[in-house]
Design a protein around this ligand. Structure first.
Ligand SMILES: *[C@@H]1O[C@H](CO)[C@@H](O)[C@H](O)[C@H]1NC(C)=O
Length: 295
């Protein structure tokens, strides 16, 4: 009896204390790293900015220049998430590119590109995969939301077996390792993360018909909550870890689409895909590329 009441008194006193002690660490583990820790601004002469103690990064574009940033680290495989809020209003002619790329003439690259549009008209999300300098693997999508109204999460899962592009957790594209069919797969060259906002009104909007309206400049795109569970490359070897301390396992290194994710991929492709190189028989008169014939 006596011991019960003293232990309950103890817990009444200790519980608030414990919560107070744990609260700061709970907050720290759920927030992303500040941008200046993982990224550097590479061009744009002041048009790219890291704000709010590193919580927010903005790129801007005006008639004189666009702007861009890149990751400090190179990665060899990773599960990389970024939240983006795209140029609002009349963004026709502008392109926000967010991609992974290695260096050299036989480079690998995994691309998200957001092609702006006139107010109220849909952005196009353009994707591509390059391996050893060869791309020509475009797939394009409309989005099921207005990507300028809020931040949305755009993710690349890149492991030795596959590349999966996702939007708010919904997979939209999978590029499988098909080395067994002699299709090179990006797996030997470390890549950096790059992003830029630039003018591409010669092709971006309705194939170049709609030009950038410079009276609307500066155009601004915003970034938040970068997270990478990735293998960081340094002096010839890679070590795999998470930038957030919340996840500890490297299960993403062998992750694949479960049946629920496959259904969502099919949903996205059926309803939102507007171009698929694998259906473009005119473009490949000698036959579609081998990776288009998956089981
Ligand atoms: C812009 O809007 C037009 C008209 O709705 C549409 O055809 C086009 O695909 C949209 N996106 C881009 C980037 O051109």
């Amino acid at each position: 009896m006596g011991s019960t009441s003293s232990s309950s008194v103890l817990s009444i006193l200790l519980l608030p204390l414990l919560i107070l002690l744990l609260l700061p660490s709970m907050i720290i583990t759920t927030s992303a790293n500040p941008f200046h820790q993982d990224f550097e601004i590479t061009w744009g002469d002041g048009r790219a900015k890291i704000l709010n103690d590193g919580e927010l990064l903005t790129l801007s574009l005006d008639k004189a220049s666009g702007s861009g940033f890149q990751s400090k680290n190179e990665y060899l495989f990773g599960k990389i998430d970024m939240q983006l809020k795209l140029v609002p209003g009349n963004s026709a002619g502008t392109v926000t590119a967010y991609y992974l790329s290695s260096k050299g003439s036989a480079w690998d690259e995994i691309d998200f590109e957001f092609l702006g549009n006139l107010s109220g008209n849909p952005y196009i999300l353009h994707t591509n995969v390059f391996s050893q300098g060869k791309g020509n693997r475009e797939q394009q999508f409309y989005l099921w939301f207005d990507p300028t109204a809020d931040f949305h999460t755009y993710s690349i899962l890149w492991n030795p077996q596959r590349i999966i592009f996702s939007v708010d957790g919904t997979p939209i594209r999978e590029f499988k390792n098909m080395e067994s069919s002699s299709v090179p797969f990006p797996k030997n060259q470390p890549m950096r993360i790059y992003s830029s906002l630039w003018n591409a009104d010669d092709w971006a909007t309705r194939g170049g018909l709609v030009k950038t309206d410079w009276t609307q400049a500066p155009f601004t795109a915003s970034y938040m909550n970068f997270n990478a569970d990735a293998c960081v490359w340094s002096s010839g070897s890679s070590s795999c870890a998470s930038t957030s301390s919340t996840s500890s396992s490297n299960s993403w290194l062998s992750q694949e689409l479960d049946s629920a994710s496959q259904k969502r991929l099919q949903w996205a492709q059926k309803n939102y895909m507007i171009y698929n190189y694998c259906s473009d028989t005119k473009r490949f008169p000698q036959g579609l590329p081998p990776e288009c014939f998956t089981s």
